[in-house]
Design a protein around this ligand. Sequence first.
Ligand SMILES: [Zn+2]
Length: 513
Amino acid sequence: MSGYRAIAARTHDVPDGARGARSSGHDRDEPVARDPSARDTPNDLADRPRPRVHDAILPAVGGRDDLDRYIASQQDRFVAELRELCAIPCEASDKRALDTAARWCRDRLRAAGFADARELRVDGAPALVVGATGEGRRTLVGVQHYDVQPAVPLDLWKTPPYEPSQRDGAVYARGVDDNKGHLLLRMQAVEAHRAVFGELPIQIRFLIEGEEESGSPNLAKLLALEPRLTEADGALKEGGAIDSEGRPQLSLGGKGILYCHFRVRTMARDAHSGGATHYPNAAWRLTHALASLMGADGRVRIAGFYDAVRKPSATDQDLLERMPFDPTSVRAVVGIQRFAFGRSDGEATRASVFEPTCNICGVESGYNGPGSKTVIPAEATGKVDFRLVPDQDPEEIAALLRAHLDREGFGDVEFSAEEGEHPYRGAADAPLVRAVAAVAEEAFRKPAVLIPSSGGTSPMWVVCNARRMPNVTLGMGHPGAGAHAPNEHILLENYWRALRATSRLYSIFATQA
Ligand SMILES: [Zn+2]
């Protein structure tokens, strides 16, 4: 059972709180070595160096081989396809556009030789597009999505989000980085492989969902329609990025999430603040309840919260030590002198990979308009997300949270948990990871950086956990690509490199020890 469904069921047990608002708690992988807010900064184009138009496709690779030449010969068509896919405004609220995108992906898979490409459906949810091609000892499953984050606020876009624009060696559109560019280049890499190297020596199976940006609520149900869909030797995750030094970042896991809506009501209506001697204030109730969740040291105070946290393995520790982390620039982006909770640079790096969080996303109560209004609020609401690490279970954390509130005397504080996803951290010493590191280093000409877990969430537990399958990213997003933000874009130079790397992966993975 997926975390989401477990949590959805649980919300019936708790008083109905401020439900309805869809959280934005779920997001794509966010490499820790980079400032986590970089992707959310409006107008991130302002400070970034202008991309150069490249006169050659892969100049740094040094000399064009057959694969480079093939990619160069197809680049106009490949970019035209990217623009066509990105023109479909498939936000969660637009069912027709989601259907159009699903059909587009199914047809594109068929054109790339996935004869069985088809759409699977449950409960009116957006289709899961699946298809397989190639044959060999190993199977690689590509876990991707075609839905996108809402493009609002539109006025911050320099060109309309669904009229893909190509300029200065970049393509601008909502979803071009997260995740349509990555999705498409993995398909185009199949074509490139067949054209240059011949038949695929492995089976490649795509699982392309349409609800990733909403927390993948139906993915487990869709996969259960055909249990063999997740039988594979490794998973290529959505997305993927390079860091500010151009090093490919290979993410081997992601944190889970539990998103909670809090609500407390203390009176039938607001009251004159002269009555604050004896009327209960909802804002105070909520504030005290939230304050009970975490100490000033950043340690979550919910009993049992850390019980299931898996100790990092020796390999995890080793990867952590080798992870580049530039604390000064990470602090500079948000203008702080010190990390939260008195954490040292080393502690902050470690926590970003291995520690769960308790984060207040927003609080609302009483009067916050201009001037003053002396009032005792009768109601207060708040939103909190917990990013979870292996082997925390969102459903169990929700139960521990309820028990904590009751034990601390906050039985009147309601919460509903709408969204839950399990964390997943795959093995680092797997043939797939070695193969991806090799092809990424070849294409980007920089050492790959292995990240045991990013701070973000993706639905890999549902796909990988039963078989403890390795999973990894191989992509081209650059710092400031603006995923989830206005002016989202990719640099074509990186796109061609990632396409090259992916095409090579389909060969290398077949025999990688
Ligand atoms: Zn994504």
